[in-house]
Ligand binder design. Structure first.
Ligand code: TXA
Ligand code: MG
Length: 323
């Protein structure tokens, strides 16, 4: 299959209507989209990504008003959060209606839904009359794409079209939340909306249930998600440099510069010390550093606040498989 890169929302819509796959830009990362109501299209997503079918997909809709077409009910708190963060990097896990195929939710009775904040994808969703199932547009287990070129690099030949919407503004996947029977907010994945902002909006604490493995009952991500091919270690950078004197080292840091003869590449994610900027640069940096001749990647632990939590989560998952 020839993969076309372009900015034509109409072509993208027509292909999706025919059951083809289109990569779509969002503010978080690029998604690999197909018609969520068409099981054949949904199956193609799993195949193109090489993703196990027990790992459910997020569906993308044009506005919060459409939510009740796909979910049975939602708490008032969901609406309060939507007023503040929608469209945006917040995914709601809610009881699904029949119309959503079990294949999308991997058999779970809850569906994950979000309203992405990107003008091209908003226009696309406005043009079609079905929701889009879209996981991040990377091969299963690799770093999520934050540009059309990233998608092209790994999925060319496997999908019909890549809607090029430039670089992703947030650069990290959405925060995934659900509500327990007492309507407490449960956070399943830390992401583009910081926990503190959810807590400030509702005036209450959230409950963290970040899971290491993916299954409908244990939402989250596999630990090996986001893994670079080059081994990555998170920790005290100066100590790790000393410990790895026999290796060519690449460093990923927040704002600090490290000097050592073995450091062959140094990526500072935000010289000004801004976590939003660091988040935006993270996945591109992981891809870039993976192309160098470094033997190992050593990354700092970021401040555990705001988007720093999501950055730490992604870095920790990237290092896991080498342990
Ligand atoms: O920002 C994002 O959320 C991006 C963009 C494209 O929207 N999407 C994304 O999708 O990150 P994906 O498939 O890479 O990650 C979705 C996560 C997975 O960990 C999956 O297990 C979880 O959401 N998930 C999806 N549907 C679920 C469900 N019904 N129950 C539990 N977990 C679910
Ligand atoms: Mg993903």
């Amino acid at each position: 299959m020839k993969t076309i890169l372009g900015k034509d929302v109409k072509i993208a819509g027509e292909l999706l209507h025919k059951g083809e796959l289109v990569a779509i830009p969002t503010e978080t990362v690029y998604g690999l989209a197909g018609n969520a109501l068409n099981e054949e299209a949904v199956l193609k997503i799993f195949t193109a990504k090489n993703r196990p079918q027990f790992n459910p997909l997020i569906i993308h809709i044009a506005s919060f008003d459409l939510l009740s077409k796909y979910v049975k009910h939602f708490p008032v708190k969901a609406k309060l959060l939507a007023d503040k963060f929608v469209p945006g990097p917040l995914t709601f896990l809610l009881p699904k209606k029949e119309i959503i195929p079990d294949l999308v939710t991997a058999g779970s009775n809850k569906v994950a839904i979000r309203i992405p904040d990107h003008p091209l994808t908003a226009a696309l969703l406005g043009q079609i009359d079905f929701p889009l199932a879209a996981p991040s547009a990377n091969p299963f287990g690799y770093v999520s794409p934050t540009s059309a070129q990233h998608v092209y690099d790994s999925l060319k030949g496997k999908i019909a079209y890549i809607l090029d919407g430039g670089e992703c503004n947030v650069g990290l996947e959405s925060t995934i939340i659900s509500f327990d029977e007492k309507e407490n907010v449960i956070v399943h994945r830390v992401g583009g909306v910081p926990l503190e902002e959810i807590e400030n909006t509702l005036g209450e604490k959230v409950i963290l249930q970040i899971q290491a493995h993916e299954s409908p009952d244990a939402p989250g991500q596999l630990k090996s998600h986001y893994a670079t091919h080059t081994p990555l270690i998170v920790g005290d950078v100066s100590a790790l440099i000393k410990k790895n004197q026999d290796k060519k080292i690449a460093i990923i840091s927040f704002k600090e510069k490290y000097d050592d003869k073995n450091v062959i590449h140094q990526y500072i994610l935000s010289p000004a010390g801004n976590l939003e900027e660091a988040a935006r640069n993270l996945f591109k940096t992981l891809r870039d550093v993976d192309k160098t001749e470094a033997d190992i990647i050593v990354a700092e632990k970021f401040p555990d606040e705001g988007l720093g939590r999501a950055i730490n989560d992604r870095l920790n998952r990237a290092q896991h498989i080498y342990k």
